[in-house]
Design a protein around this ligand. Structure first.
Ligand SMILES: [Fe+2]
Ligand SMILES: [Fe+2]
Length: 321
């Protein structure tokens, strides 16, 4: 059973000027929600400040209004889209919807728990995108670059969801850290957009071509160089997501303790998502159990503790007869 309400950050509500097309609730205490804004009425910024003073970070929207909320998000993007050029919004919505549906289809019914966590993670990604709201023009440029390659966008989105599922299981609760992980994971392969796309569908890459691909962490850093909202934590994820605790990763062959923990989280989600989905250069799709086994067998590649925590989150629970 999915929860009836999902959280939306206060900043997100605040950043929208004008009436909201959905009802907004506040959680009074565990499981008890009270409506604070009626749909189509304007929110009161003073009230938002009062909530912030009380350290309230989230407001809530009902699952039933999730689609309306989705459309609202794109309107928000549009609002910030001054000077960012023409955005192929229809295409973007289509791409994201497809990614979402595919993700849910494959995983949501494995266990209620995972379905719920993914649902939660997808809201975090939305909030994470809002982190770049100061500079929405760059955010849209970056997002556009990702959406040009449907496969890449789907991969990025899935890695983001699974990174957040792992982060949650590891007990990370700070909104700022979760947003950093969500956004870092969403942008982890951004550098791919600057690499000749033929390389990603080629079978036998030459060492020189491999080197080109291995440049993508640095390329991603260059792309986000002047983008506000991209914190140093996010930059560390971009540059370190292919590092390995055994020191055999790239680009800097960092060893265990020098790898930024969120980059280790993204590395696990990244490998897992690649194993369980089709890619241009690998037809085989592995099951969750097979993917986890291959990752465990690849000793030294992933943080072993994180990997076990991840396994408990994604493995379907055995049904009690
Ligand atoms: Fe990568
Ligand atoms: Fe990746």
């Amino acid at each position: 059973m999915l929860p009836e309400y999902f959280p939306v950050t206060i900043q997100f509500i605040y950043s929208f000027k004008g009436p909201l097309p959905f009802d907004v609730y506040i959680q009074r205490f565990e499981g008890k929600f009270t409506k604070v804004y009626n749909k189509n009425s304007e929110h009161d910024p003073e009230q938002i400040y009062r909530y912030e003073d009380k350290q309230i970070t989230n407001l809530y929207v009902t699952q039933a209004e999730k689609n309306i909320y989705g459309v609202f998000l794109y309107k928000l993007v549009e609002q910030f889209n001054r000077g960012a050029g023409e955005v192929d919004k229809e295409k973007m919505i289509d791409v994201i919807k497809t990614s979402l549906e595919l993700t849910y289809e494959k995983f949501a019914d494995q266990s209620d728990d995972l379905g719920m966590n993914i649902q939660w993670a997808s809201q975090q990604v939305t909030s994470a995108l809002m982190m770049m709201e100061d500079n929405m023009a760059s955010a849209i440029e970056i997002f556009k670059a990702l959406s040009e390659d449907k496969q890449l966008l789907k991969h990025s989105y899935m890695v983001s969801l699974f990174s957040l599922v792992l982060a949650k299981k590891l007990g990370i609760t700070s909104q700022r850290n979760l947003m950093g992980i969500g956004l870092g994971a969403l942008l982890h392969d951004l550098g791919h957009t600057r690499i000749n796309s033929e390389l990603f569908s080629k079978n036998n890459l030459t060492p020189k071509e491999w080197d080109e691909i291995k440049d993508h962490p640095q390329l991603a850093l260059k792309i986000v160089d002047h983008t506000k909202g991209i914190t140093s934590d996010i930059r560390s994820i971009l540059i370190q997501h292919h590092e390995q605790p055994n020191g055999r990763g790239y680009p800097n062959r960092l060893t265990n303790s020098s790898i930024f923990p969120p980059a280790k989280i993204v590395a696990i989600a990244d490998a897992f998502c690649s194993f369980v989905s089709k890619s241009a250069y690998r037809e085989t799709v592995f099951t969750t159990a097979q993917a986890l086994q291959m990752m465990r067998d690849d000793i030294g590649h992933f943080d072993p503790e994180y990997l076990e925590v991840f396994a408990t989150a994604v493995q379907p629970k055995k049904k009690v007869a």
